[in-house]
Design a protein around this ligand. Sequence first.
Ligand code: GLU
Length: 423
Amino acid sequence: MQEVKFQDAAYRNPFKMAQEQCDNCAEFLNLDPGIHAIIREPMREIHVSIPVRMDNGTVKVFKGFRVIHNNALGPAKGGIRFHPEENIDTVKALATWMTWKCALLNLPLGGGKGGVICNPKELSKGELERLSRGYIAQLWQFIGPDTDIPAPDVYTNPQIMAWMMDEYSKIKGKNQFGVITGKPPVLGGSAGRGDATARGGMYTLREAAKVRGLDLSKATMAVQGYGNAGYYAALLAGKLFNTRIVAISDSSGAIYNPEGLDAQRVFEHKSSTGSVAGFSGAERISQDELLELKVDVLCPSALENSINVKNAHNIKASIIVELSNGPTTPEADDILFANDVHVIPDLLCNAGGVTVSYFEMVQNTSMLYWEEEEVYRRLDKKITAAYHEVLKTSFKYKINMRQAAYIVAVKRVEEAIKLRGWV
Ligand code: GLU
């Protein structure tokens, strides 16, 4: 993950950004003021302190959060991030974006998000397990298969989901696979969940390339961030389209080779050394340079605020595949739109993760598990339909893809709120 520069003037508070996007949409739709007021704020915000016995015998207290932004369309859904710079405003923004993401994909789910301020890279496996279980011990009353269903996000993974599911099941006195998604397959996880975020993004890229007349087999791509989303994006772009990955970055550095990088070998290098930097056969560049490379496709897969007022003018990619949440600030959006860059916005582009999470919930309830191909087929159908609905809306109103995605999503939530009689 590329580090966020909090002191940087171009940095935008993510929740303010989410509210601004919401306000613009409300104005465009001439939204009922009551509905606008409801969707600007999360419905519930919980702060917890989690005591964890460290390996050296001392007790350390970690701060954690869980936010439900809106549950008009169904139980809240959204991941849990473990990050040293986690903060409540980011979690509130991410919960808000989950509401729009689920609505856009037509899932019967609302939006939520959680986070813990910690650095998992500095925790032992035992400490990480006790922290994960501690998070659930503090929050179990507020989550559940039909209230709020967490999932993995930045620096959390299927093992952490397994511990959390187990902790919740112990408290409840029965197996509760449906409380969390992104679990390992042997514990009720769905086939295809591992690479679902990137795969969904690749399906939207395929559609965008058609619209742009870009031949992906001759295209180049730069990937910012080499966690779950970035790694699988690099791998799948090669496998599905034969696209050449020329640059990859992570929180420690960036590498560049115009002849192409082997995504799997870079991953192995990162797994053994902790970073993509130092990969043989590639030139070292800065993380900022990666974003401004002359490539056809740019794939931000790190944290918020990567593309901002400072660098948006220098972006040369023709398509941006937003696999991370909130990578582009509203100011940058305007610049990119004016420069005719086709942005596939985060709430559409990275919705593959939550879509397959929803499939996981369905499979947990029915106890009938699908083949990988079935998951891919259903994901493709849903995300491709959403892409074209957003594209059509953007053409219709001559607005950018993010504004169009907001319109589709907000209208669905608006309808649910009205029918429920909340306003
Ligand atoms: N954390 C992912 C996201 O931001 C997935 C959420 C989920 O599966 O519930 O969309």
